[in-house]
Design a protein around this ligand. Structure first.
Ligand SMILES: Cc1cc2nc3c(=O)[nH]c(=O)nc-3n(C[C@H](O)[C@H](O)[C@H](O)COP(=O)(O)OP(=O)(O)OC[C@H]3O[C@@H](n4cnc5c(N)ncnc54)[C@H](O)[C@@H]3O)c2cc1C
Length: 588
């Protein structure tokens, strides 16, 4: 199973009010039945064409014989069903051939594919991201030349940023672009880790490459974005000459093994043609404009791989008889299923709060995209900007933790490849690394995002949190949780203020030394708030008692077990503890 559909419906319709989106002009042609229809279709394709070869793709990594790459045939079949269903461009307008789907509903659909098979889902997801960039910033000619092929599944896309010596610090990248008389550019350089950089699934691959135009300034202002197709296209859109972008080799990974990870050489023969998107020097800003959605995608993927592990371990625990209650000394009595043991319940409850909390966080972020894009609410974008590092990082960290717990619930079975949970863990372990590592996200949050627009994002977050606390007051059953949350909120605000003052005083290295801890604290605060919201929504719904009690118990677990961790972390942060920063390199 990929998802608990009751929970998904609850999140979409009770917690995030998806139906209210149909009041916005952009979504007025939709109703609940069209939303349910596309979710059902996605679930069916995910279950029928992605899930069945998840383990096979892991065990049979793509190979390269020096000439071409081979992937297992099921990947191409899955790609065909995904693209034929119109899912690559589902968010685009009706008059552009899209479904004009809200980001909220679209995210719910995409999560089903990562839950089923993250590595096969990687190909269409990258293509969607690359085509969105061309759609947003490409010229009319570029759009008409490339987008049809990408939307229909003839072409795939990649995002080629990283180089062997440049990962987190993109401003230092060295791939060179030389302008040509005909307006095109020649690229020269090497890119590394490029997902989907070569494959045998589509007839062409459209690489979006970050490079530095000759003589451009150092740093991020010198970076431009280019379209670099594997096969150049003729004016009528048919395939032309093979471009000089060559696969140097495949990388062999811990997880996500079905997605090719490539080292690509651009311009080995000095004949790599590329086309500038937008203006020179704005490449990274274009890329970052699309990053909010890409980072929601990473968080969502992490949440859903975590979710799959949770459901697998729950099913296993309900079916695995082992041992008796500590108080039962009767060795002739039947063993209980392990789901009855308090310690196993602990591991299941932790998984439940991590994965459902992470999914709620990603859906909330997607709803902010809708509030901004379709609702015209600029504040929604400010809040989304603030929360993006959390949306990327909380699920990445706690999705992995959930998968680790799933392995533990299965015992020995968790460690062997006949069961799916070890693969979930290996696949998920990528998520804290790519699209900006955990450390880089934390520096972005504490060093920049919190203080943009005079801290408007913080104020907007507090308004939403206060609205939930007011709502909680109507529910006597939640009174103790609201009180504990409010105490933690006070600590969080004090910590943020102390760090902000230190930054203002120019104590930058000191204040940012423990940024990763702050990211964790903020993740716990935001997900704790969402758990209170979910508890209210459950109590206000007409769902059955077991469902409601499950959400209340999960909220209770989060507030009692997960939230108090912020006290210790905040002590370190407020005290500007420099134990790590002051560790001399030669002391290691
Ligand atoms: C499976 C996989 C798929 C990928 N797919 C793509 C893709 O499709 N396209 C693409 O362009 N890239 C891709 N990447 C690359 C990925 O985005 C980078 O690996 C990532 O950004 C980290 O860069 P790096 O590996 O060079 O690590 P580094 O940047 O060297 O970082 C190493 C460690 O140092 C820390 N660190 C670095 N700088 C700082 C700093 N200033 N302050 C504090 N800590 C710091 C990091 O947090 C990290 O822990 C992929 C990577 C993998 C593994």
């Amino acid at each position: 199973m990929i998802i608990n559909q009751d929970t998904l419906n609850f999140l979409l319709y009770d917690v995030f009010q998806a139906e209210a989106l149909t009041e916005l002009d952009a979504y007025k042609d939709h109703d609940r039945s069209t939303f349910d229809g596309v979710i059902d279709t996605s679930l069916k394709i995910a279950q029928d064409y992605f899930l069945p070869h998840n383990a096979k793709a892991d065990a049979n990594e793509p190979s390269f014989d020096g000439e071409s790459v081979s992937t297992i045939p099921e990947v191409k079949e899955a790609w065909k069903h995904f693209t034929e269903a119109g899912l690559i461009n589902a968010r685009h307008r009706f008059d552009e051939g899209g479904m004009q789907l809200p980001a909220l509903v679209h995210s719910a659909c995409m999560g089903l594919f990562t839950g089923a098979n993250p590595s096969t889902a990687g190909y269409p997801f990258l293509t969607s991201a690359a085509s969105n960039l061309i759609h947003a910033f490409g010229s009319e000619t570029q759009k008409s030349l490339y987008l049809d092929g990408m939307f229909s599944g003839r072409f795939a896309g990649t995002m080629a940023l990283t180089e062997p010596n440049v990962g987190s610090s993109l401003g230092d990248l060295t791939t060179k672009a030389t302008p040509q008389d005909d307006g095109s550019y020649r690229l020269k350089g090497q890119k590394m880790y490029i997902s989907g950089g070569d494959q045998d699934i589509t007839e062409n691959i459209i690489h979006l490459v970050l490079a530095r135009v000759e003589e451009a300034p150092q740093g991020v202002k010198g970076i431009s974005l280019f379209i670099c197709p594997k096969f150049l296209l003729n004016d009528d859109g048919s395939l032309g000459k093979r471009n000089d972008v060559m696969l140097a080799g495949l990388l062999h990974k811990m997880g996500y093994r079905g997605t090719t990870s490539t080292v690509l050489n651009f311009g080995e023969k000095d004949d790599c043609t590329a086309f500038l998107i937008g203006e020179e020097g704005k490449g990274l800003s274009y890329m970052f404009k699309m990053m909010n959605e890409a980072r929601i995608g990473v968080g969502l993927g992490a949440a859903m791989i975590g979710y799959r592990g949770y459901l697998e371990s729950l099913a296993f625990a309900k079916d695995r008889p082992q041992g008796r209650k500590p108080s039962n000394r009767d060795t002739t009595s039947a063993p209980v299923n392990i789901v009855e043991h308090a310690d196993v319940k602990r591991m299941l409850l932790a998984q439940k709060v991590y994965v459902e909390g992470s999914l709620a966080l990603c859906l909330f972020a997607s709803k902010l995209v809708d509030e901004h894009e379709a609702g015209g609410d600029e504040n929604a974008l400010v809040l989304l900007d603030l929360l993006t590092p959390v949306v990327k990082s909380y699920p990445s960290t706690y999705g992995c933790k959930a998968n680790e717990l799933a392995i533990q619930v299965l015992g020995g079975s968790g460690y062997i490849r006949e069961y799916p949970v070890e693969q979930c863990y290996r696949d998920n372990r990528l998520n804290p690394i790519h699209e900006g590592t955990h450390g880089i996200q934390s520096l972005d949050l504490l060093g920049r995002k919190l203080w943009q627009k005079q801290g408007l994002g913080q104020q907007l977050l507090m308004q939403r949190v206060q609205a939930t606390l007011a709502r909680v007051k109507k529910h006597e059953r939640l009174a103790d949780l609201a009180e504990q949350y409010s105490t933690a909120l006070k600590t969080f605000i004090e910590t943020t203020t102390a760090l902000g003052m230190a930054l203002q005083q120019g104590r930058i290295d000191e204040a940012l030394a423990n940024s990763a801890l702050y990211l964790d604290v903020m993740g716990r605060m935001v997900v704790g708030w969402l758990w209170l919201d979910m508890a209210c929504a459950a109590l206000e719904s007409d769902r059955d008692e077991a469902f409601v009690s499950g959400k209340l118990q999960a909220a209770r677990y989060f507030i009692r077990w997960e939230l108090p961790e912020i006290n210790h972390l905040s002590e370190l942060l407020k005290g500007f503890d420099q134990t790590c920063a002051e560790m001399e390199v030669d002391w290691f």
